[in-house]
Ligand binder design. Sequence first.
Ligand code: AKG
Ligand code: FE2
Length: 490
Amino acid sequence: MRLVASRALVRSAAHEIRVRWERGALTNQVPCECLAVSAPGEVGGVPKVPEFPLLSRHYIPGVLELRSPSEPGWMDRETRVLAERHFRAAGDGEAGGGALGGVAFIAEPATFSYGDFVRGFLLPNRPCVFSSAFTRAWGCRRRWVTPAGRPDFDYLLQTYGDVVVPVADCGVQEYNSNPKEHMPLRDYISYWKEYIQGDCSSPRGCLYLKDWHLCRDSPADDVFTLPVYFSSDWLNEFWDTLGVDDYRFVYAGPTGTWSPFHADIFRSFSWSVNVCGRKKWLLFPPGQEEALRDHLGHLPYDVTVPALMDKCLHPRRTLAGPALELTQEAGEMVFVPSGWHHQVHNLDDTISINHNWVNGFNLANMWHFLQQELRAVQEEVGQWRDSMPDWHQHCQVIMRSCSGINFEEFYHFLKVIAERRLCILEEGVAEDDTRPGLEQAVFDVGRIVDVLASVVTHPDFQRVDTGTFSPQPEKLLQRLRRTVAATAAP
Ligand SMILES: O=C(O)CCC(=O)C(=O)O
Ligand SMILES: [Fe+2]
């Protein structure tokens, strides 16, 4: 018997299967229909957060006093201890991240360490914008952009003209996303030029090149350098290990292209750099999206429409604050925290590089999200529970279609990262090693232990056939626990 899910689930599942699997393409967005409902848990024991200037472009000298040595590299010991304390105090809660008045602006790379980023933004799960000084040396900023600061169509055509790219139609709503087609970049650029000549309009509509896996599909040397703040990136590390895919994207589109309201896949973080052009971001802290739902419980597609102010249509709108709004200038880098819903508008001809990433700081959020997704699937197909012997297995299949991953794959993800960290701790790291440092590896193992301990006791994970898993989840957990005990900070 084939299990068929109902209503929203069927639609989102079909949509996701098509977008993500049939085309072999991972995208960075989870359609809002597909997101399970939850208010964020309170996180206790949040460490004192340093003050950063809010996004006013008036950098206040001296505010960024360093608390940690300004090493360019990975996590230092002090930061590790602080982060471990934070997660011990937070318990099983899911990271929230309040609006707290605005979005911080980080002006100066030389005085902003990885530890500062952990304290100021990763732990409190708050957004920030890094100045264009952080990306000044990037190859794409030199080569993809004309001296006037516009996309260099000639260079892009010459270098990537034949590459087939995904293109979304911003004018057509398909559930809470847009339908996509594929075309060679040269065709998209012809369209783009026409759109500019037509004064930001074209009979072909408003088309947006989204989720182009440049690094996966083409040689991309000297395009960008991964900033150290985003270097602990387990999603891409995992996919690189398997050698099949990645969560590294290029977005490109004319004025007026936009991304509908969404949260990123798996509650990942994202970072986004404007190679050229400007973007307007509307950001809502986790939980606030609940107040934006309409009377039928649906999340909005576009949070800028006047209908959102209609009390009958959106009875809880006034419970949410206004969006945190920011304009990202050329070269600037935006950090989008975990679980923050957002909507993004290109204000000029804009090209950006966007990555999704998960690490020890948002791993528990990812696990919470997967449990919610499974519960949502189980509710949707609950009526078949008693009549289908393999109902639980079907739920995992549907969940994979909707969310891009199931419990078995999540375990595999944890295992791959855990084993790589154990390797680092056993072998040590050399000076020129590009792998995470020892403090980072210890921290990562601790975070995996916390989440894996919850995974192995989850009744639905216990139903997964783990007979062929190597190592067995319990054995891996024991080994990781021994490592945590051996490396515990005094
Ligand atoms: O730039 C866009 O259109 C969307 C970017 C985005 O949603 C992200 O980076 O998470
Ligand atoms: Fe996003």
